[in-house]
Design a protein around this ligand. Structure first.
Ligand SMILES: *[C@@H]1O[C@H](CO)[C@@H](O)[C@H](O)[C@H]1NC(C)=O
Ligand SMILES: *[C@@H]1O[C@H](CO)[C@@H](O)[C@H](O)[C@H]1NC(C)=O
Ligand SMILES: *[C@@H]1O[C@H](CO)[C@@H](O)[C@H](O)[C@H]1NC(C)=O
Ligand SMILES: *[C@@H]1O[C@H](CO)[C@@H](O)[C@H](O)[C@H]1NC(C)=O
Length: 481
């Protein structure tokens, strides 16, 4: 009994051991399979994530137009065997000649005989391109140019274009990169937007509150679209820009030429080394004018810290008829620059009666950036800078070549706007840093927008998650800024 018992016990132990071994083998195999599967899944995910750009196939030009690809909007194209970069191409309807304007950045010291290759009804046409380098290159080695490509007869509305160098023609490979030709039709009314603002160029940008306030102010003034040529910004700014892009207000155009040249961070060579003026602002402005030529009734070229405020009416929609009547239609209207130093925060004078203010919890101190409503004192206008650093509103169809301040070439020129009709409020670092607070001049014009502005800014900050969603706004008679 005892022997049997022990025998039985041994047999039992053996069976258990076998079971255990079996179990552990199964578990090991299962875990190996799982591990492998996991790894596979990860690997497949990884492969998919990194290979996405490769899956994207650029459309090819029709066979009859040669061999090559159509580059996505905004991608720069290098002209082989030259230092020329092509930005974008637009059909020109105003010169009496049938032609396409290719906006380019060129090495000014280089002479190139350009050939334009036009794809028309899926047939290739060739014409001789003529380059015109804009004079506002500020002494940098590279400058902005228009390469004008005449349209051969039979090719009235080309779909795609590229430019080559005549000297490189013989040895050039058949492969070409083509740009889409935009503005195939000239439209004279019923534009999708009344006012489009161009902000060029955004770099190292972190000023969240002033960006949201600026974009909300522009909408209160009647602006429907804001185009931002963007080089770099903080993750918070990207978040805000994504929000506005989704809302349909903002179009962000990535603006980098670092593959081809080094842009300067300054507007003169002595202010920052580089090949091209200030982050490529001039080609950006040129691209903007043509891109929105038939999309917007008027455009404004300005910065996000600048606001053109009418004095006798409240919106640009009401202002423009006044300007057209007083200065003539289709002019560029120049608005005087007034600097409101963002380093000085003073309450409005006690004599002022203020409109009711909207207050919200927990307030804007938790959002990074400048609060324009807290800086209502301006530097006095001085002779030396009175007529500089102004910005403009213009009908883009009257413009050939824009500048940072004003226009280089246009149909009807520019007119100064009387500061009592409208002027520009520029909330920024002081230009006259030695002034004492009592030398600054109070201007509370912004406050007439402040109740509405506060409400819309808070809505945006809450909707985009920069302020808590249960933030409560109240109207207060007394403003304590
Ligand atoms: C320059 O030549 C290369 C090589 O043949 C080609 O892939 C590229 O598309 C050409 N560039 C342009 C602008 O046509
Ligand atoms: C443009 O302005 C006109 C007249 O002021 C107005 O009727 C129209 O709704 C505006 N369009 C947009 C897109 O705001
Ligand atoms: C930009 O400048 C750096 C430093 O001078 C240089 O090494 C680089 O090659 C330049 N890049 C281009 C695209 O010219
Ligand atoms: C505001 O910022 C302060 C200090 O950074 C922080 O303690 C507080 O929680 C923030 N409030 C909200 C509502 O985000």
């Amino acid at each position: 009994m005892c022997a049997m018992c022990s025998n039985h016990q041994q047999l039992f132990q053996l069976k258990t051991l076998r079971k255990l071994m079996y179990c552990s083998t199964v578990i090991t195999v299962l875990s190996l399979i799982l591990l492998f599967f996991n790894y596979r899944v990860d690997w497949i995910k990884f492969y998919k994530a990194t290979s996405e750009p490769q899956i994207f196939v650029q459309p090819a030009v029709p066979q009859q137009c040669g061999q090559g690809q159509i580059v996505p909007q905004g991608q720069k194209v290098a002209v082989n065997k030259t230092k020329t970069l092509l930005m974008s191409a637009y059909q020109e309807h105003r010169t009496g000649r049938k032609e396409v304007r290719v906006i380019a950045v060129v090495l000014r010291s280089e002479t190139v005989a350009y050939r334009c290759l036009l794809c028309c009804h899926d047939q290739l046409y060739i014409s001789e391109g003529v380059s015109n380098i804009h004079t506002n290159h500020f002494g940098f080695a590279y400058g902005t140019a228009d390469i004008m490509c005449p349209l051969p007869s039979g090719c009235e509305t080309p779909s795609y274009i590229t430019v080559t160098s005549a000297a490189a023609d013989s040895e050039d490979k058949p492969d070409k990169e083509f740009l889409k030709v935009n503005n195939q039709k000239a439209i004279s009314d019923s534009f999708p937007y009344n006012f489009t603002v161009c902000l060029s160029t955004m770099f190292d940008f972190t000023n969240v509150l002033q960006l949201v306030q600026g974009l909300e102010m522009l909408q209160l003034l009647g602006v429907n679209r804001v185009v931002i040529y963007k080089t770099s910004n903080s993750p918070e700014i990207k978040h805000v820009l994504d929000y506005y892009t989704q809302k349909g207000l903002v179009e962000v155009i990535p603006w980098s030429m670092s593959r081809f040249l080094n842009v300067s961070r300054g507007w003169l060579p002595e202010h920052g080394p580089g090949d091209l003026h200030y982050f490529g602002q001039i080609p950006a402005l040129n691209d903007f004018i043509y891109r929105y030529m038939y999309q917007s009734r008027y455009v404004a070229l300005q910065d996000i810290d600048e606001l053109i405020l009418p004095q006798s009416v409240n919106s640009w929609s009401e202002l423009l008829p006044l300007l057209e009547k007083k200065y003539g239609a289709d002019k560029c209207y120049m608005f005087e620059n007034n600097v409101f130093p963002n380093t000085i925060t003073l309450p409005p004078p006690t004599s002022e009666t203020l409109p009711p203010q909207s207050r919200c919890c927990p307030g804007w101190q938790n959002v990074s950036g400048v609060n324009i409503l807290a800086h209502l004192y301006q530097e006095p206008i001085i002779k030396e800078t009175h007529y500089s650093n102004f910005k403009i509103i213009v009908n883009p169809r009257a413009v050939f070549i824009p500048k940072v301040h004003g226009l280089l070439d246009s149909l009807h020129g520019c007119s100064w706007v009387d500061r009592n009709i409208a002027r520009m409020y520029h909330t920024r670092a002081p230009k006259q840093p030695n002034l004492t607070p009592d030398q600054l001049i109070y201007d509370g014009r912004l406050l007439s927008y402040s109740a509405q502005l506060t409400l819309t800014v808070n809505t945006v900050l809450m909707e985009s998650g920069l302020l808590p969603e249960d933030c409560v706004c109240v109207l207060e008679q007394e403003a304590k800024l």
